[in-house]
Structure formats: C-alpha cells, structure tokens
Design a protein around this ligand. Sequence first.
Ligand SMILES: Nc1ncnc2c1ncn2[C@@H]1O[C@H](COP(=O)(O)OP(=O)(O)OP(=O)(O)O)[C@@H](O)[C@H]1O
Length: 231
Amino acid sequence: MLTVDNINLHYGAAQALRGVSITAPMGKITCVLGRNGVGKTSLMRAVTGQHAVSGGTVTFNGKLLNGMAPYNRAKQGIGFVPQGREVFPLLTVKENLESGYAPVARKDRFIPDDIFSLFPVLNTMLKRRGGDLSGGQQQQLAIGRALVTRPKILVLDEPTEGIQPSIIKDIGRAIQYLRDSTGMAILLVEQYLDFCRELADHVYIMDRGEIVHEGPAETLDTPEARRHLTV
Ligand SMILES: Nc1ncnc2c1ncn2[C@@H]1O[C@H](COP(=O)(O)OP(=O)(O)OP(=O)(O)O)[C@@H](O)[C@H]1O
C-alpha cells in the first residue's frame, strides 16, 4: 500500500500541496480528481520522487520513500506514466519499451507478453518511431514502458488527456485487468469524471492544494463532490 501522510510541497515560496494524505491499497484503483492547477501533478511528483516534499511522509509497503531518487523508487516498484506521456520520439517502440529495463534485475529484462495482449498495436509497430505514433498509441506505449519495470503500483497522470474514446476504453480495460490479475495498486489522476466513476474503487478530490473530498466512487455524484469539480 502507498501511504501519503500529511505532505506539503513548495515551488519556491508558492505552496502547491497542503497537508495532503491519501492511501492507495494493493489490488485497488484509487483516483485523484480535481480541476486544472489544484495540485494533482504535484502530488504525483511527490510520490514518484520528482519533487521533494517540504513536510510529511510518503511510504510504500512500509518503506519510507522521502529523499529517495526516482530511479530507486522505480526499483521499489513505483511505475510512472507521466502526463503528456513523454515517449522518446526518435526511439522505436521497442527501444522505448526497453528504456524501462533500467531498474529491473537482469533476468527480468524482457518485454512481458501481457503488454502485447493488452495493447496489440504495440506489437505491430515495434520498429516504428515513438514520435510517429498517434496520441492514443503513445499513451499505450507509455503504459507499456511502465509495465516493463514490473511495478507494484502504477501511477498514471491523466492518461485520457487528448485521447480518442475507443482508446480510452482500451486503457480503462487494461487498468482493470492489471488490478484484477496482478493485484497491483493503481493510482490515477484524472479530470475525466466518467472514466473515474467507472474504474475507481476509491476517489479523492483536490482543490487548491488540499484534499476536500474522499469516498467510494459513487460519492462522485453527490452535490458536495460536484461542487469541487465544476468550473
Ligand atoms: N514547476 C513549477 N514551478 C512553479 N509552480 C508550479 C510548478 N508546477 C506547478 N506549479 C503550480 O503549482 C500548482 C499546482 O500545479 P499542478 O500541476 O500540480 O496542478 P494539476 O492539478 O496537476 O493541474 P493540471 O490538471 O493542469 O495538470 C499550480 O498553481 C501551478 O501553477
């Protein structure tokens, strides 16, 4: 289980997170929702080690992650699919997937078949450059690359952003399959309410750097939750 306990995060003098606490249990999909600029990506940066917290703790399966470099967090089982995908445009699909080998033991340096079962298009495009793929295909590649690192928790930052509906469905199915078949924890940041309502076991809503709502996915339909999500 991932436990974020009472964290603060600053960019210089500006505070982006204020006393944020969330948990993401194994075998569950935990979704963090909120409008633009409320701190969702900052929370993901705190979890993956891309930005230091200025207070509080981040632990994964009992191990304190504070101060640990992103590379070492990947070794602990934190797999990250960043906002905007960050696929290497000049590397082939195969090379992009292989870039996930760095944190895994030598014996595990192969591409698990599951990835091609989930996203068959990647298998047919192995020799194509990452930059030549559509946005949806790049998103599938970014998820595949994270899976190559054999994560115990998959952290996804707005995987549906700018993606066509049919591929959003494929990505949703893949996320459910990963939860149900591997028991990994999934931490999902989203602005797309319906996607979260369908997938999430538990939801958090953020506003201005704080958690303002927490509950099962059904609670997204309460007026109190809606109030935090409408512009
Ligand atoms: N590198 C940075 N330097 C300074 N301020 C930043 C930086 N990154 C984010 N911020 C500020 O921190 C706050 C939270 O931003 P963050 O990106 O975490 O929000 P978000 O909810 O993920 O938004 P979005 O949905 O647009 O990605 C915003 O006010 C933003 O302007």
